[in-house]
Design a protein around this ligand. Structure first.
Ligand code: SF4
Length: 383
């Protein structure tokens, strides 16, 4: 499907050999969940995703130690369009740039580093890097890591904060005369994704949008959540490239791409299979994993949490399961119960309060206790 036929025509952005926007067919992309320093595994997964139909393959990086690996990955994936996710270390962009086709930066992660420099200076430097190396940029805004300046400016209105943050970074690009960029506004709640992207598309109809429901979780629920957002937006012509984020073991990671193509095809054919009442009961969110996962038990843990919590299906409770200690703590703050996985232990939280660290074997028992307690509290409150 192309978005021009759905009534929207953005500017064109060239990313390596791939054209996004300007009426081109929707590009389905995906991301490696392997450790980037493991060149063999990452190369294998990049090919696995590309074979399944990923137009762009993203690789996460946030350490200088990964630079030799990306050079080697590039050498072994010549036909694949590569994007790099700079995560929390935009400073490595200039050394990564010769080996990729696109860089993604998160506006919410620019303030941590080089505090004496302004955001404008940092963005100008990233644009210079992109220009020097013939790269595209994605401004990747995420509800879990909104720039503090925008949260402070719009207290209690996170949606406005993320839309304004994205629009501000577009203005910076405009001031620099740089047009080769796309924007994403992601959240784990599909309805927020719809609203944020709808508002942004109205504000900047010229800018191609990368759609994503972050931490959608395990299939099939993760697919349903993604469909709720993508079907609505794609049908309105919003979304020039998409990424489906599912919690899957590495050997099944390409299913994200298969699902993405299926959604695009279904929307083109007018087949909509969203479940309107979905999300009324138990909601389990889990991240799609990436190179930051430090214990491969993470995906199994997410599956075990889903099994364990089945009995609470009718209760309006959100459980978040995250794969690392970098984003895990922040991304679980809004959940009723949150787990984030470290190298040897799992941290269990109730909202933003820590309950404690537990071994991978012991955490499920404690989770059950906390879940029972929460259900009892909800029942007492409703009586
Ligand atoms: S929570 Fe951590 S492991 Fe999961 S996708 Fe985000 S950065 Fe990667």
């Amino acid at each position: 499907m192309d978005q021009a036929s759905a009534g929207r025509r953005t500017r064109t952005v060239q990313i390596g050999a791939v054209t996004v926007g300007g009426g081109s067919p929707v590009v389905v992309q995906s991301m490696c969940a392997t450790r980037t320093v493991d060149v063999d595994q990452t190369v294998a997964q990049a090919h696995q995703l590309a074979r399944a139909g990923a137009g762009i393959v993203r690789i996460a990086m946030d350490s200088e130690k990964e630079i030799p690996a990306i050079k080697e990955i590039r050498a072994q994936t010549k036909g694949v369009t590569l994007s790099v996710d700079l995560q929390e270390n935009y400073r490595i962009a200039d050394r990564v740039a010769p080996h990729v086709d696109k860089i993604r930066y998160n506006p919410g992660h620019l303030h941590h580093i080089e505090k004496s420099k302004s955001i404008e200076q940092k963005v100008r430097w990233l644009v210079d890097v992109a220009r020097d190396h013939n790269l595209a940029i994605r401004i990747g805004v995420n509800c879990g890591s909104v720039a503090p300046a925008f949260l402070d400016k719009y207290p209690g209105d996170q949606l406005k904060a993320i839309v304004e943050s994205a629009a501000y970074h577009c203005d910076l690009m405009d001031d620099l005369g740089f047009t080769r960029f796309v924007v994403s506004l992601k959240d784990s709640d599909p309805l927020k994704v719809v609203e944020a992207n709808r508002r942004f598309a109205e504000r900047r109809p010229d800018v191609p949008i990368h759609l994503g429901v972050t931490e959608a979780g395990l299939p099939p629920e993760g697919i349903i959540k993604t469909r709720i957002a993508f079907e609505k937006l794609l049908a309105q012509g919003v979304g020039e490239t998409i990424r489906v984020s599912l919690t899957l073991p590495n050997e099944r990671k390409h299913e994200e791409v298969v699902v993405g193509h299926q959604i695009v095809e279904d929307v083109r054919a007018g087949k909509f299979i969203s479940v309107p009442e979905f999300g009324q009961g138990l909601n389990i969110i889990s991240c799609p994993s990436c190179s930051r996962v430090e214990n491969e038990k993470f995906v199994e843990m997410a599956q075990q949490v889903k099994e364990l919590a089945r009995y609470a299906a009718k209760h309006r409770i959100t459980i978040a399961v995250m794969g690392c200690r970098v984003n895990g703590p922040g991304e679980t703050d809004d959940a009723d119960l949150g787990l984030w996985c470290g190298p040897t232990t799992v941290n269990l939280k109730k909202k933003d309060k820590r309950i404690g660290f537990f071994s991978y074997d012991d955490v499920l028992g404690r989770l059950k206790t906390e879940l029972d307690r929460l259900i009892a509290e909800q029942s007492a409150a409703s009586n």
